[in-house]
Every structure is written in structure tokens, then in C-alpha cells.
Design a protein around this ligand. Structure first.
Ligand code: M6R
Length: 354
């Protein structure tokens, strides 16, 4: 499923990305487009990996379409008596469309009069049926308990929604075209990242006996860090934490010593220099640095012990490309430790209980 991603992302974008117009066409949202455009804020609710995709969605919708977005764990949302108004638009993100907490959050929002929409993979699932409208991610069946291709397809669909809303809310056609072209290039970029497999196997050999990992990123790559850590926990049973890189100094920095591997997601974007200074802080404390960095980054090799090179992309869509090496690290780590990659202990593919 990790290797299916060039194709699954292509399927999520197919027929929806309008390269010439610099926009997107999402038939599933057309009946509710007025509601969406009138909404003063958007709420996105989800669990697990889908919640991480929702965090990336918040970043994109706020940056590109300038709409305030709140992201909530479905399990918290349902029990918080949340403030939801009839003019709110609520997206429920779910691969399976059957997650009990997400379904309960959907019903809670609906009972308060909001327009509730789905971003779902499984066609005809309960969440797809109970939402007023929505967009299927078309990732194809996902069998592995650890979600991989659904994550990148969820982000792809959220990118399309962000682009569409941005164009309705004043983004120029020229800017739209640049973003659309970048989105269109994602499957090929992911294909290129999949070629880092041999290097990742080498890195895994070096770290397969460690007990802890820290994942750090900023902006849209903070959720990438969370997702990388979740993948490692789920399938290799190594404790891992994802943090915003700048938060490290507020506590986790105490963990850094010569035994602590730290994975930095450090693309050459507007906050590159800031993340680089966080890398330096880890280096000064002898932490072992693995960096996911761009192909044209000439500085990072001085600081990191290992550099996994990925193509550049707009920071909004970066998590699609940057999460691939993290999925591969989790996969090969699990294999090296003799774990069942597809069916990890204590987990089910779809969590239909509270
Ligand atoms: O089917 P859903 O997207 O609603 O599932 C949500 C989570 O249970 C799911 O993403 C879970 O965290 C995965 N095991 C992550 O790999």
C-alpha cells in the first residue's frame, strides 16, 4: 500500500484538478457549495491518522482560503457539548467510514443543525451515508491496519477543497495554476521518494534496537511528525513522539543525548532556518539526527547523520511527499524487529467501539 501511493494519489486527483483554470471541480460538494462559502468557520473532526490529515487540512484551508478551521478529535468532540451553530460546516474525515467516535461526532454536529460533510474512502459506508454530501478519496481498498495511502489521499482531497475555496475567495487564477501544477506533480514526486528504500533499510539497521524516537517538524509538517511517530508506534512497537520542533525546548529537549534518534522534517520552506536552528540544538546535545530534507539542500548534511532527500513542493502539500520516508522507516523497522506489519497487536482496521 505504501508503494501504491503514486497511483492512489493520482486517483484522488483524477477528473477533479483543473490545471488550465487553476482550480478544482468537486461534484460531491456542489449541492452544498453556497453553505460552505457562507460559513464563517469550518470544523474538521476525525481520529488517528485521519485526524493528522485534518490538521494538514486546517493548515491548507487557513493559509490558502483564509477560513478559520478548528480540528477536533471525534472522541473529544462528542462528549464536550461542542459549540456548533447551524451556519457551521463540519467535515468528518474517515478512511473506513465506520469509526464509532467519528460517527458519533457526525451525529452530534448534525443534531445541532450544522452542514455535515464526509471525506471518506469506503464507498457506501455509514459516515458516507449519514453525511449531507462529501468527497470520496478513491484511495482503493486499504487492508493494512496502519493507514498509509488513505492519509496521502485524504490530504490530496483536502488540497483540492482548499484550492477550490481559495479561488472562490479571491485567489488569482495565476496563483491557482501554480498550486494546481504542484498538486499534479505529487504522484511523480512520491514515486521518486519510494526510491529511497535502500537508504532507509540502511538507516533502520542502525537504529533497530533503540527504544525511543522523536519526530519534529513545523507548520504543515508538525502533523507529518505526528503521523510518522504513530506509524512507528503502531507497527514496530517502538515508543515515538511527534512534536512541533520549536516546542522541543519546552520539555522534550531533556530527552536528548547520544542515544536519542531525532527525525527532523526540514524542507526548504519559509521556516527552514527556524527548523535548522532546532536541528542545531539537537546536534549540540549529541542527539542522532535523521533529516528528511530537499534534494537541493546543501546545509543539512553538515548537521545530520543521515539525510533522506525528497523533492521540493509547496509547503501546503509537503506532508504528502515527506510522510513517505516515515512510512518506509516504520515498515522496515517492523520487519527488522520481526513484527507483523499488516496486523499489529491490539489493533483493528476499523475501530467500531468507543
Ligand atoms: O477509518 P478511520 O480513518 O476513521 O480510522 C481512524 C483511526 O482509527 C485510524 O486512522 C488509525 O489511527 C490507524 N490505525 C492509523 O494507522
Amino acid at each position: 500500500e505504501i508503494h501504491e501511493q503514486p497511483e492512489s494519489i493520482r486517483n484522488s486527483l483524477r477528473g477533479r484538478l483543473l490545471l488550465k483554470e487553476g482550480s478544482a471541480k468537486l461534484g460531491g460538494l456542489e449541492p452544498v457549495m453556497d453553505k460552505i462559502l457562507q460559513a464563517k468557520r469550518i470544523i474538521i473532526t476525525a481520529c488517528g491518522t485521519s485526524w493528522h490529515a485534518a490538521l494538514v487540512g486546517k493548515f491548507m484551508l487557513e493559509q490558502l482560503a483564509r477560513i478559520p478551521v478548528e480540528v477536533d478529535y471525534a472522541s473529544e468532540f462528542r462528549y464536550r457539548n461542542p459549540i456548533v451553530r447551524p451556519d457551521d460546516v463540519v467535515f468528518v474525515v474517515s478512511q473506513s467510514g465506520e469509526t464509532a467516535d467519528s460517527l458519533a461526532a457526525l451525529r452530534e454536529a448534525k443534531s445541532k443543525g450544522a452542514t455535515v460533510l464526509g471525506i471518506v474512502n469506503v464507498v457506501g459506508s455509514t459516515i458516507a451515508r449519514e453525511t449531507a454530501a462529501g468527497v470520496y478519496i478513491h484511495a482503493g481498498p486499504e487492508i493494512g491496519v496502519a493507514s498509509t495511502k488513505a492519509f496521502t489521499s485524504q490530504i490530496s482531497v483536502l488540497s483540492l477543497i482548499a484550492l477550490l475555496l481559495a479561488r472562490h475567495r479571491g485567489m488569482s487564477e495565476e496563483q491557482g495554476k501554480l498550486l494546481a501544477a504542484d498538486l499534479h506533480s505529487l504522484p511523480d514526486k512520491v514515486q521518486r521518494v519510494l526510491q529511497t528504500t535502500d537508504q532507509i533499510k540502511y538507516i533502520v539497521e542502525e537504529f533497530k534496537h533503540v527504544h525511543n524516537f522523536l519526530y519534529l517538524g513545523r507548520g504543515s509538517n508538525f502533523p507529518t511528525a505526528l503521523e510518522g511517530a504513530l506509524k512507528l508506534k503502531e507497527i514496530s512497537y517502538i515508543h515515538a513522539e511527534g512534536y512541533p520542533a520549536a516546542e522541543m525546548k519546552h520539555g522534550p529537549i531533556a530527552l536528548i543525548d547520544e542515544n536519542m534518534p531525532v527525525i527532523f522534517i526540514v524542507p526548504k520552506d519559509a521556516i527552514y532556518e527556524k527548523v535548522l536552528s532546532n536541528v542545531q540544538e539537537v546536534k549540540a546535545r549529541k542527539g542522532r539526527i535523521i533529516a528528511v530534507a530537499n534534494e537541493d539542500d546543501t546545509e543539512i548534511a553538515r548537521l545530520a547523520e543521515f539525510v533522506i532527500r525528497v523533492p521540493r513542493t509547496y509547503s501546503y502539500f509537503g506532508p504528502v511527499v515527506n510522510s513517505i520516508p516515515l512510512q518506509l522507516i516504520a515498515y522496515y523497522m517492523a520487519v527488522a524487529r520481526g513484527c507483523n506489519v499488516d496486523q499489529p497487536r491490539n489493533l483493528a482496521k476499523s475501530v467500531t467501539v468507543e
